[in-house]
Ligand binder design. Sequence first.
Ligand code: UDP
Length: 335
Amino acid sequence: FMMNVLVTGGAGYIGSHVVKELLKRDYLVVTLDNLSKGHRDAVTGGVFVQGDCGDSVLVGELVKQYRINAVVHLAADSLVGESMTRPDKYCRNNLSNGVEFLTALVQAGVRQFILSSTAAVYGEPEYTPIDEAHTTRPINVYGGTKLMLEQILNWYEQAFGLRYVALRYFNAAGADPEGNIGEDHDPETHLIPLIMQAALGKRDKITIYGTDYPTPDGTCLRDYIHVSDLAVAHILALQALEAGAASAVYNLGNERGHSVREVVDAVRRVTGQDFTVEEGPHREGDPAVLVASSRKIKECLNWQPRYGELEDIIRTAWAWHSSHPGGYPKNKPGR
Ligand code: UDP
């Protein structure tokens, strides 16, 4: 018995890596993505459907047609800064559409669900490393919508028997080691791809957002996790649900903080390229330190990172960026 998995947001950065790991293990994969951000060429196999996860009729049809029995839900808007100025957009796309989607799924008989969640549910850390028992007081709308979805899942579990795993990602980075999929956002806001662009000469400089944080070198510490390690965690979560495991929430990070300066230096070292780095003010909503405890997922699901070193993450990112300097081809209408 094999699971047939519907992946929303499967054309996005993390989603495309999840799809690839599922395909490696011969799952039947149906990707549902509206291509508002994703790339058709990032989906390396399975069935691709362009559409909205909030389209209940479409979702019901897909579940029936492909005998879907598990869902990985990554479709969402995910920019912290934008979420603060466009709460309406985040509440509609992440929350309203998320609830429509969940409701269509339970009506169609789906009872296994993986939610792509985020470290942003915690807000300003009260202690570090952050474990899953840490209080959840999001300080941005993005984190707020993800936390609300987690809570709704809990109610749906009680009422409808839906079992779920929520994966709270820390900083996803890197690219699949085979080199055919990677990170391509427009506009790009994430640190590692921005530095890659600078190293490729596609951007004249990068700016460090804040150098007076209470950290050893004054720049923010983040927990970078390789996107393929993240993707494998989704497989383990699906297998656990398939085996009858109870619902759970897991952090996903490498349990180590790297400063912005350390990342810049590591990119210089790995790529051999030099580029201009300037120091700028804080970016709103950025906590000084975000480092995960991933003990729970290691113990419960036997998850182990394969690319835990920052250099591995940067090397795989560089392999993709340097071989795809223009990113993915633009989506063609009608595909
Ligand atoms: N950052 C930076 N300059 C940039 C982009 C990001 O200094 O041009 C910092 C940012 O303040 C944060 C870290 O890099 O401390 C990671 O930011 P990113 O946007 O990649 O991920 P986030 O932590 O927001 O999920």
